[in-house]
Structure formats: C-alpha cells, structure tokens
Design a protein around this ligand. Structure first.
Ligand code: IMP
Ligand code: MG
Length: 180
C-alpha cells in the first residue's frame, strides 16, 4: 500500500475522529447510565471505532462482537452473510450496535432483525460514518458521527479488499485503485 498514492483526499482527520468519538461517548454515557448496556461491534470494520468509543463510555457496559459480510471489493452484493453470533445472551440488555458506516443500510437492517427476536430491552444503532445518499432501506442511526458524501472510503477500520484498515484517518480511495 502506498498511502500517498492511493488516497485521493482525507474526509475525516484524526483530530475530527477523536472529537466525534468523544461527543458520541458523552451522549451514550448520559443516555445509558441507568441501563444495562451491551455494546455490539460489527467485525471487522468497526473494531477501531469500537476500541476508541469504548474508552469514552463512562457507564457500566459489556461488549460483544458479531460478524457479517456483504461486500465484494467496493460493491455491496445486497446479500448479507452471517458469520459470527454473540457470545453474551442479550436478553434484557440494552443493545447498542456499533458500526463503522451506514451506507445502503442493508447490513444494519438485517442485524436489527436478527437481534429483535432475542428479548433485548432495547436495540439502538451508533454509526461513525453515514452516507445517506446511498440508502436502500429506511433506517437511521440513533447516534451518528460524521455525514459523508457517497464516495468509497477507507481507513480507521474500513477496508478495500482487507487493506487500509490501519490508516488513522478516513480517506477517499482513488477510483484507479479499484478500477485496476
Ligand atoms: P451497508 O449494508 O451498505 O449499509 O454497508 C455496511 C457495510 O459495508 C459497512 O459495515 C462496511 O463494512 C461496508 N462499507 C460500506 N461503505 C463502505 C465504504 O465506503 N468503504 C468501506 N466499507 C464500506
Ligand atoms: Mg462493517
């Protein structure tokens, strides 16, 4: 990976991401202080966001992970494949799904559906990035970080063919990279 050559522009700097995560953490702390919070991160894209957000949540909480995939390269297939379920029983818990990006909405809509049958006390969604221009199902994040244009982004956990997750910022990938 040649970072300088592959990234067209930075959409969210390290500084902006830090501020955004702090803001979301404050809201979540306030809203969940008397609740039974279970943070559910979606592998793999949300791991960086989850690990930063977790340290800004100052109320009692437990964490777990789910894994799904719907992407092939830079395109959603529209079909969500279920890969890993929760280890913790969510019954009676206030679930907050922690996602890297809300794009078409298909993944989150599917996951909410899966969790709805499990007798959780509540289910909400926190998405770091939001691309409302590309929505295909009617779903909104209860906690939303940064609204971005409909461009394919990488970094801060987000990948293109498993690469670029380690960039500390979110950037737009040069189309030449995936058109190759
Ligand atoms: P959705 O189902 O279309 O809302 O997409 C959700 C998942 O697709 C996210 O959790 C990401 O893993 C992936 N995704 C969507 N847009 C992007 C992007 O711009 N860059 C990298 N991954 C993306
Ligand atoms: Mg993801």
């Amino acid at each position: 990976m040649d970072e300088k050559k592959d990234i067209l522009k930075v959409l969210a700097s390290e500084e902006e991401l830090k501020e955004t995560v702090k803001r979301l953490g404050r809201q979540i702390t306030e809203d969940y202080k008397d609740k039974n919070l279970l943070l559910v991160s979606i592998l793999k894209g949300a791991i960086v966001f989850m690990s930063d957000l977790l340290r800004e949540v100052k109320c009692d909480c437990v964490i777990d992970f789910m894994a799904v995939s719907s992407y092939s390269g830079n395109k959603t297939t529209g079909v969500v494949k279920f890969k890993k379920d929760l280890d913790i029983n969510p019954e009676g818990k206030d679930i907050l799904i922690v996602e890297d990006i809300l794009d078409s909405g298909i993944t989150l809509n599917y996951l909410k559906g899966v969790l709805e049958d499990r007798n959780a006390a509540s289910i909400k969604v926190c998405a770091l990035l939001d691309k409302p221009g590309n929505r295909r199902v009617d779903i909104k994040a209860d906690y939303s970080g940064i609204v971005i244009p409909d461009e394919f982004v990488v970094g801060y956990g987000l990948d293109y063919n498993e690469n670029y997750r380690n960039l500390p910022y979110v950037g737009v990938l040069r189309p030449e990279v995936y058109e190759k």
